[in-house]
Design a binder for this molecule. Structure first.
Ligand code: HEM
Length: 170
């Protein structure tokens, strides 16, 4: 069961990561194209990659990963670090959707600098996640957040930092 789920997780991640890495280049291809069949063809391909490949793969990667949480011992610091990077990856995925939303409007463009910056951001975050998961580095949270894994620790930290956080009853 775990092996099958890991296989699904990794296959989905391969499609999700590959899709994200190719999207900035597809966005950049928009330059210089005016209304016509070439622009329509590029629009269809870009939408296919984002809507029909990358986004469903992201959904499957997150769903399978969430099930894996219950099958593996994940209450360790490296997994928390992985989740931070996965959050950043999901936000950068949404960013690609926002770019796509406006790109094919008249006058829409995505310059070379933006394409390089977005590709680099995807590369850094994907490599960081894969490195964390495979190296499983030992991070001692007691050094900077001693109560991170203590039951009720978050509530006490919130209380300590922000005072009374309960919602007042009318
Ligand atoms: C919400 C999203 C995700 C969740 C909840 C999740 C959760 C998990 C869990 C619980 C495992 C098993 C960990 C273990 O071996 O102890 C795992 C394995 C793995 N995950 Fe994720 N994951 C997510 C997204 C990602 C992403 C975005 C990537 C890469 C870009 C990734 C890469 C991997 C890899 C390479 C493994 C295999 C590790 C191994 O077998 O040693 N995961 N994931």
């Amino acid at each position: 069961m775990t092996t099958l789920l890991k296989f699904i997780h990794l296959a989905a991640i391969a499609i999700w990561s590959g899709g994200l890495l190719v999207l900035p280049y597809l966005f950049w291809q928009r330059r210089g194209l005016t209304a016509g069949s070439e622009l329509d063809r590029l629009h269809r391909i870009t939408r296919l990659v984002f809507v029909e490949l990358t986004s469903p793969a992201a959904f499957v990667a997150i769903a399978s990963g969430t099930v894996l949480i219950f099958l593996q011992a994940t209450f360790v610091e490296w997994f928390t670090a992985k989740m931070v990077f996965v959050g950043i990856m999901a936000m950068l995925h949404v960013l690609a959707g926002l770019v796509l939303h406006d790109l094919y409007l008249p006058g829409g463009r995505f310059n070379r600098g933006s394409a390089i910056a977005l590709t680099m951001a995807y590369l850094v975050v994907i490599v960081a996640i894969i490195w964390i998961v495979l190296a499983k580095p030992h991070i001692d949270s007691n050094l900077f957040a001693p109560h991170l894994f203590e039951p009720g620790g978050l509530g006490r930290w919130l209380h300590h930092s922000f005072g009374e956080t309960r919602i007042p009853t009318p």
